[in-house]
Design a binder for this molecule. Structure first.
Ligand code: ZN
Length: 269
């Protein structure tokens, strides 16, 4: 079990580490904006001192660009994010792959695949895996042109050498819960060892904002238990990470909210 720093965004990294440790939360998913104010070395020490495991660093990606120099800039930045992950002892970087409204989805996808391929040797040398997070199609215009598990799996097929899992998938229930191929895709990726991460939250039927009005588990329509059973059947061994972007919950006392997160987690398992 792990919790994303973005889930408790009002807290500093130190506050999050202290609170997670006090509640025996075993793992933390680091967002770069939580690490940035303290720096890599201090961040790693905070996490270590709290006895927390780091699941991954969020996030890299955003590969598509209007021209070659923009594409190269994205590749360079992603290499730097890989270095940050290595310094934080994060085993993986989660990729929100990007999309440009001015490019076709096919062109964005091509640039994403080329970008990951260009970063991959650097990531392999650093011992950091790259985890493609398919995003709900509502974000296809400007946040990610990878919108289904099948698209992510096909990229893994193209990018990994035979038998390798250096490029895999971060499955977020918010983005894929409606996919009628979800069970089969989980099984296929699980067989290859490509299920890198499992993010949970909930999809509220009525949402006031497409980015920051996610539900806590149980507040929406997603059958998380069912998806969790599929992940188990696919031999997913990693942490189940609570990732909720919610201005509604961020406005609350975060200690009370953490109690609710832990209760909601237990209820959906
Ligand atoms: Zn996610």
């Amino acid at each position: 079990m792990g919790i994303h720093t973005a889930t408790v965004k009002p807290w500093s990294l130190q506050e999050a580490c202290n609170a997670f440790a006090a509640k025996n939360v075993p793992a933390i998913t680091l967002w770069r904006d939580a690490v940035e104010p303290v720096g890599l070395e201090a961040a790693r020490k905070m996490v270590d001192d709290a006895g927390l495991r780091v699941t991954s660093l969020c996030r890299g990606g955003f590969f598509p660009a209007a021209d070659i120099s923009g594409q190269q800039k994205a590749i360079d930045e992603n290499k730097q994010i890989v270095d940050e992950a290595a310094a934080l002892r994060a085993p993986a970087v989660v990729l929100v792959c990007g999309a440009l409204p001015t490019l076709s989805l096919e062109e964005s996808r091509k640039q994403i695949q080329d970008g990951i391929a260009a970063v991959l040797p650097h990531a392999q040398a650093a011992g950091v895996k790259l985890s493609i997070e398919p995003l709900h199609p509502i974000y296809a215009a400007d946040r990610s042109a990878v919108n289904t598990m099948a698209q992510a799996r096909r990229m893994c097929e193209q990018l990994n050498d035979t038998g390798k899992n250096d490029v895999g998938i971060a499955l977020d229930v918010y983005h894929v819960w409606f996919d009628d191929a979800l069970e089969s895709e989980i099984m296929q990726s699980g067989e290859k060892g490509w299920l890198h991460a499992f993010h949970i939250c909930d999809w509220k039927a009525q949402q006031s904002d497409p980015l920051q009005d996610r539900g806590l588990m149980g507040e929406g329509v997603i059958d998380i238990k069912r998806i969790r059973n599929w992940m188990d059947a696919a031999n997913y061994q990693g942490d189940i990470e609570v990732e909720v972007f919610s201005t509604r919950h961020w406005a609350r006392d975060q200690h009370e909210y953490l109690e609710d997160i832990l209760l909601a987690y237990d209820n959906c398992m």
